[in-house]
Design a protein around this ligand. Structure first.
Ligand code: ADP
Ligand code: GLC
Length: 481
């Protein structure tokens, strides 16, 4: 098999820097496509955390001025796979997060930071760095989306893939930023980077890329509609057959209950009875009452997307039915306060950790009975996949990747032994309360519950099929070019 050389352009990747699922996916992709003849190199911005992990690295290229600031390219490793890091101190050497400062305000120069990142990635993909040649560029989300546009306006024939992990974030800026992006005048056009009179990064990438993917088949259909397309539905529809839905897998080296070092007690399909030790440990860790009743967990960004406002309304109902809730998350300040208030109202029944804690998220998947994911939209979603792998039954809204990965415990699915979770019809008080009622009723039947857990643990959440789907797509685009 010939090796295709792909440059994956992402603004975050596990294990170096993570704010959400994009990092899990970008971190897992090189290993997912490797068995299918793809040699993937990842390029990341040189945030302090990334540079610290890199240690003493070799500089392989330099730009005297990248959209106005000097930058160099460092070589390193992302796990076992090649990594390039854009060290541009003026853009990336700052305290705070990758996209926002410590007070959660977006950096005012994000357009220049990620414009520069994409410009550099386009140069690298097109062969500017000796010893690093590529057959295709794969850009993830708006932060990388200008890469296909830069390639296009540089006249490069290199094929490119643009993956949408979340249509809600588009990188939309005023027309005044256009001159500083260093694109030819003609790029400021309706079929170029222009969007509602300004510059749209994601829009530009979707126009320029050879193919578009998103992270589940259902979301690929949903973004053709006004409800989910967030203004770009017309463009998505116009690209027709070139839009593909490829569902995310999970990294089973990081997420395996049989070998997970974070757990109080490891377990597997054949040793499911051992799992209860993790539940007791989790109850103790959260200061919750300890009993056999259902323990719900939530691990999420606290945002409107994730339906957390509706969960806040349903908590009293959940507790009234004998349920308990442990939540780990951060985000919207009003939601954080709401969950703190719920915990104060229901001591021993509801407990909240505000913050980001990777190891705790593993312990929660291992100790919770069910994980609640009531998202209003969810391109793929990963926490329900981790739930499946860990016997933590997902209770999800029927949208995007949640609809594609969780089989609802309706009568037919239960009879066929296919049920892996509970789907809720809508993100409303009534629908979520109903899904919680159904979950609690199922949990009262231990044999049925165990069958649902087992079916989930056996379901295919690996990267196998999707790794091949990406590789096949790359190969078809390279061939067509
Ligand atoms: P999104 O990327 O939209 O936030 P995903 O479900 O795709 O949603 O991915 C979220 C990722 O971030 C998962 O790996 C999840 O476990 C993790 N995560 C979210 N919030 C937290 C948190 N507070 N602490 C630890 N991990 C978290
Ligand atoms: C985005 C989406 C999430 C998806 C993740 C990885 O953050 O919100 O649904 O799982 O990207 O593709």
């Amino acid at each position: 098999m010939t090796n295709l050389r792909v440059l994956s352009i992402a603004s975050e990747a596990v294990p170096l820097i993570k704010t959400g699922g994009l990092a899990d996916v970008a971190g897992a992709l090189p290993a997912a496509v490797a068995p299918h003849g793809v040699a993937m190199t990842t390029i990341l911005p040189g945030y302090p955390k990334v540079l610290a992990a890199l240690g003493k690295a070799k500089s392989v290229h330099a730009w005297p001025s990248l959209l106005g600031e000097p930058a160099r390219l460092l070589g390193g490793k992302l796990g076992e796979h090649p990594l390039l890091v854009l060290d541009a101190p003026a853009y990336f050497q700052r305290d705070g997060g990758p996209y926002a400062d410590g007070a959660a305000r977006d950096w005012g120069d994000n357009w220049r930071r990620f414009g520069a990142f994409a410009r550099a990635a386009a140069d690298v993909a097109a062969g500017a760095v000796k010893g690093h040649a590529f057959d295709l560029a794969h850009a993830h989300d708006w932060q990388a989306a200008m890469t296909p546009a830069y390639l296009r306006y540089a006249g490069s024939a290199l094929p490119s893939v643009m993956t949408i992990h979340n249509m809600a974030f588009q990188g939309h800026y005023g027309a005044d930023v256009f001159p500083a992006l260093g694109l030819p005048r003609e790029a400021f056009a309706i079929d170029g980077v222009e969007y509602h009179g300004g510059v749209g990064f994601l829009k530009a990438g979707l126009e320029a890329a050879s193919a578009i993917t998103t992270v589940s088949p259902t979301y690929a259909r949903e973004i053709r509609t006004a409800e989910f397309g967030m203004g770009l539905e017309g463009l998505i529809r116009s690209r027709g057959e070139r839009v593909h839905g490829i569902v995310n897998g999970i990294d089973t080296r990081e997420w395996n209950p049989e070998s997970d070092p974070a757990l109080a007690q490891r377990f597997g399909l054949r040793t499911l009875h051992k799992r209860v030790a993790n539940k007791h440990a989790l109850e103790a860790e959260f200061g919750l009452d300890s009993h056999d009743g259902p323990l719900f967990v939530v691990i999420t960004r606290l945002t409107w997307q994730k339906g957390m406002d509706v969960l806040l309304e349903v908590i009293d109902h959940l507790v009234g039915l004998g349920g308990r809730l442990a939540l780990l998350g951060s985000g919207d300040a009003a939601m954080e306060a709401g969950f703190h208030a719920a915990a104060a109202r229901h001591p021993g029944k509801v407990a909240v950790r505000i913050g980001y804690d990777e190891a705790l998220s593993h312990r929660m998947q291992a100790g919770g009975d069910a994980i609640l994911v009531p998202s209003r939209f969810e391109p793929c979603g990963l926490t329900q996949l981790y739930g499946l792998a860990y016997g933590c039954v997902p209770v999800v809204s029927r949208t995007g990747g949640l609809a594609d990965t969780v089989v609802d415990a309706n009568l037919a699915a239960l009879a066929a032994g296919a049920a892996t979770g509970v789907q809720c019809n809508a993100v409303t008080y009534g629908a979520l309360a109903d899904a919680i009622d159904r979950t609690i009723a199922l949990h009262r039947q231990p044999d049925t519950w165990r069958a649902i857990q087992r079916a989930g643990m056996k379901s295919d959440f690996s990267w196998g099929r999707s790794g091949k789907a990406y590789a096949d797509l790359y190969a078809s685009l390279v061939e067509a070019a």
